[in-house]
Design a protein around this ligand. Sequence first.
Ligand code: ARG
Length: 263
Amino acid sequence: MKKTWIIALIASLVLVLSACGSKEEDGAGKKVYRFATDASYPPMENMDKDEIVGFDIDFLAAVMEEAGLEYEVKNIGWEALLEGVRTGAEFDGAISAITINDERLQSYDFSPPYFESTNMILVPEGSDIKSALDLKDKKVAVQGGTTADELMTGIMGDGNSSLKKFESNALALQEMASNGVDAVVADSAVVKDYIKNNPDKKFASILDTENFAPEYYGIAFPKDKELKALLEPAVKKVLESDKYKEMYEKWIGVEPDMTRLIE
Ligand code: ARG
């Protein structure tokens, strides 16, 4: 008799504790989907005091509202995000200006493309660098594990110590500001935003459509999970809405070109 009581007590304790410990459900018992981001990539995602803000954050909010789902976003950094969302144990999705490409499609599922981008080169005004190929024997900073890293490794060669890979793009930009490198390669919106917000530093951007192809961002999901299908119609709806245009103008500063985003 005593033994059954103890077992019952332990069992209920475990239940109560597991309910308190995770935020998988809100107070009303609704699932709270967990998203990861690397909030050091303005204007896409960035920290504003202790709040995560940016285009991606507004876009995700609109999509989750459209889908009627609860969610939270955590700032955990780029490498941790790629790892954390791959297994699906820690995160149900990631939004972080993530380019959809063949390599990533092996390990992740993606939402329909929601943003058109390309890599761009950031240089000091008056630099002799005019194209990506001019970077071959220069010092270049990129965020490690990004498409900029992949493209520049292709141009400069694997293991080239003049290609400096940083944990965040913010650190790559810092290296540039302190004259440690001749150029930074990163996504177009990010390069343009940095130039606009640092007029005193006198930087310029170079677009090289020959060496840097158009890229499209997607929300990343662990493979074969239900959330991808749940969000697909919501993503399409938001892309067609005025809301999308408004958030684009707010964060990117110009009107979006939707020709390749809407069928
Ligand atoms: N679009 C590039 C890629 O997918 C860079 C993304 C970096 N994003 C970030 N939040 N740091 O590789």
